[in-house]
Design a protein around this ligand. Structure first.
Ligand code: ASP
Ligand code: MG
Length: 411
């Protein structure tokens, strides 16, 4: 008998019939003798609708009331799923984030989970009930409702699994697992049997939409085995787990892309100590994450600084940077929202040389210009013009032999 946390995403609970199907799956797991906690997202499209409503009410609506609005989609699905389970004869009880409670900090729209009180859930499980928890939401220490960032239900599920010391966290979604790249771009893409936490972390933050980045951070920190699988088929999924020897043999295990970023360049920044701090401080204060940063060598005491932020933060970031640039007596502020970040990821990069040059050669052969580059131990990213995204992804997938036809090492 195991304790299993299952998470069902928006498409899996997209209508009444699908919620019934989810209930059947959950009930089957319970019938096998397991204790089951389920985290669910809002019905697909609902959160987008709520975000759009908030945006129609106020410019820059992010704050306490924004979270009150956008968290409501999940309240509907937990209630419906609990009803469906009861209809199947299962004891089931729904919990809002604040009822668990899932305690977070107060960073509205991107709150971090600080603590989960498990007593309430545990006593329901003891009574033989299935517990259904609203994904994506929590409550801060002052009782304000918070949300965990888009895609946050994954994080709810993994955090619950960690707090409850569950045997596994199963993430049910509309794809069958983690692929070498987006199958919509490369029909040749292959499903991976397993990926390491670090690879998954890179893939998630680089644009593979299958898991929210923070959920993988949690999984890694608390060593939670995460199984990503389809809620529509019985196909074997992808296991996200600790790195092992097999994984190191494969140099590149995935190609990702992200079109959700925008680029800002501040020209002719006076080159002296403290300028970067001054430029980025207002962004930090506004809770805006800066991703890639490039600073050029200086000419005549001036340098150019280029960085990327998510498109959602772009308008606000540009306003803040224009203000600081003026104060610093810097030059023009330029921006470009037509960019894409294309990346290759693989645990094997740690121990293999020449990966970067192969990536750059591949892009140059396709005549794709690279605007920015960043690397970590296990990934290399290049910013390119958005119109070359598909071309770049296919070329890299091919060059690193990731297609179905090319595998030697089943993984
Ligand atoms: N419903 C939320 C969203 O769309 C959370 C989630 O689906 O994970 O971002
Ligand atoms: Mg999701």
């Amino acid at each position: 008998m195991a304790l299993i946390v299952q998470k069902y995403g928006g498409t899996s609970v997209g209508n009444v019939e699908r919620i019934r199907n989810v209930a059947i799956r959950v009930a089957q797991t319970k019938k096998k003798g397991h204790k089951v906690v389920v985290a669910v997202s809002a019905m697909s499209g609902e959160t987008n609708k709520l975000v759009s409503l908030a945006n129609q009410m106020k410019e820059f609506p992010i704050g306490r009331e924004y979270d009150v609005v956008v968290s409501t989609g999940e309240q509907v699905t937990i209630g419906l799923l609990a009803l469906a389970l009861q209809d199947l004869g299962c004891g089931a009880k729904s919990f809002l984030g604040s009822q668990v409670p899932i305690i977070t900090d107060s960073a509205f729209s991107r709150a971090r989970i600080e603590e989960i009180e498990t007593a309430g859930i545990l006593s329901e499980l003891k009574r033989g009930n299935i517990v259904v928890v609203a994904g994506f939401q929590g409550v801060d220490r002052d009782g304000n409702i918070t949300t965990l960032g888009r895609g946050g239900s994954d994080t709810t599920a993994v955090a619950l699994a960690a707090a409850l010391k569950a045997d596994v966290c199963e993430i049910y979604t509309d794809v069958e697992g983690v692929y070498t790249t987006d199958p919509n771009i490369c029909p040749d893409a292959r499903k991976l049997k397993k990926v390491s936490y670090d690879e998954m972390l890179e893939m998630a933050s680089l644009g593979a939409k299958v898991l929210q980045t923070r959920s993988v951070e949690f999984a890694k920190k608390y060593n939670v085995p995460v199984m990503v699988k389809s809620s529509f088929t019985d196909a074997e999924g992808t296991l996200v787990t600790k790195e092992d020897k097999d994984m190191e043999k494969v140099i590149v295990s995935g190609v990702t892309y992200n079109k959700d970023e925008a680029k800002i360049t501040v020209a002719k920044v006076p080159d002296r100590p403290g300028i970067a701090a001054k430029l980025f401080a207002p962004l930090t204060k506004a809770n805006i994450n800066v991703d890639m940063i490039v600073q050029n060598v200086s000419h005549d005491g001036h340098t150019d600084l280029t960085f990327t932020v998510s498109k959602a933060d772009f308008k606000k970031a540009l306003q803040l940077v224009e203000k600081t640039a003026k104060e610093m007596k810097a030059g023009k502020v330029l921006s470009d929202t037509n960019i894409a970040k294309v990346s290759i990821v693989g645990a094997g990069m740690r121990s293999h040389a020449g990966v970067a040059s192969k990536m750059f050669e591949t892009l140059s052969k396709e005549n794709v210009n690279i605007q920015m580059i960043s690397t970590s131990e296990i990934k290399i990213s290049a910013v390119v013009d958005a119109k070359y995204t598909e071309l770049a992804v296919r070329a890299l997938h091919d060059a690193f032999g990731l297609g179905k036809g090319d595998v030697e090492e089943e993984r």
